[in-house]
Design a protein around this ligand. Structure first.
Ligand SMILES: [Zn+2]
Length: 273
């Protein structure tokens, strides 16, 4: 082999080998959490368009009501309160692909969850648990974070595979029940929770609501020592609540930020439930 070609080949091997070694050891240095989010988190949701995601959400929502899995409460006052709180936040989300819909389910659980496509379900027990409209806003802002970052749809694609999701969209609804169970009972990973919290802190600030509402909600959750459930949204992160409270209290708002209280008497809300 010509000496020059040999040297060029050697240089290339050293160059690409070096890149590989740097990449490999760089990846090893990342925490498990970062690795997960780098390699999996966003990739799944990119396999499905927003239109398909909204269609999937409609299917799950229909299943939820038709099969009497959950009952949506019919209370105009409560609906108007939830709408008022969520619209404070929605106004601040620029260029959202979603038309948000927030529904209250007749269940005593202190929890909330999202399904693909922009629906947030809040349990009646959560409204009873909250002390203020700001605490409800904190939870809704967090759930909106899961929606905008497409965490729910990426969880489903990861869990079931894109083929099953597409066959569901094509009319084969055999696995819809399982899909619904997964939405309700499986958790997000820690990096997704953190991402939703960061989204919520910023959104609350933009809506002129104090980001410390997140801390006050989770402090109360800790104080009341509700059933810790690793697989449930909001209740799953019990061991990490301290750092969550800390980041809410340490969040730096823009200079001159003056939080406003949402004009809702929460005692009236509790009485109406
Ligand atoms: Zn969450």
């Amino acid at each position: 082999m010509n000496k020059k070609i040999f040297m060029d080949l050697l240089k290339s091997i050293i160059f690409f080998g070096g890149i590989f070694v740097l990449f490999y050891f760089g990846i090893q240095l990342l925490s498990e959490e970062r690795k997960t989010s780098w390699f999996y988190s966003d990739i799944e949701s990119q396999l499905i368009s927003y239109e398909q995601e909204i269609q999937l959400g409609d299917l799950i929502a229909e299943h939820l009501i038709e099969n009497n899995k959950q009952k949506v409460i019919q209370n105009k006052f409560i609906d108007s309160v939830v709408w008022a709180v969520s619209s404070h936040l929605q106004k601040q989300i620029e260029l959202s692909e979603y038309d948000y819909e927030i529904l209250v389910l007749d269940s005593p659980q202190t929890n909330a969850f999202t399904i693909p496509g922009g629906r947030i379900y809040v349990f009646k027990g959560l409204l009873e648990f909250c002390d203020s409209a700001e605490q409800l806003a904190a939870v809704l802002a967090h759930e909106m974070g899961h929606i905008e970052k497409r965490h729910t749809v990426s969880k489903l694609v990861k869990e079931f595979g894109i083929k099953i999701i597409f066959s569901l969209l094509g009319g084969d609804t055999l696995l819809l029940g399982e899909l619904w169970e997964t939405v309700l009972s499986s958790n997000f990973d820690r990096s997704q929770e953190k991402e939703a919290d960061q989204f919520a802190l910023k959104l609350l600030e933009e809506a002129q609501i104090s980001p410390t509402a997140i801390a006050s909600f989770f402090r109360k959750l800790n104080r009341e020592n509700l059933d810790y459930n690793e697989k449930m949204e909001l209740l799953m992160t019990h061991p990490h609540n301290k750092s969550r409270i800390k980041s809410s209290l340490e969040y730096k708002t823009q200079e001159g930020f003056k939080p406003q209280l949402i004009n809702i008497d929460w005692n009236l809300v509790k009485k109406a439930l």
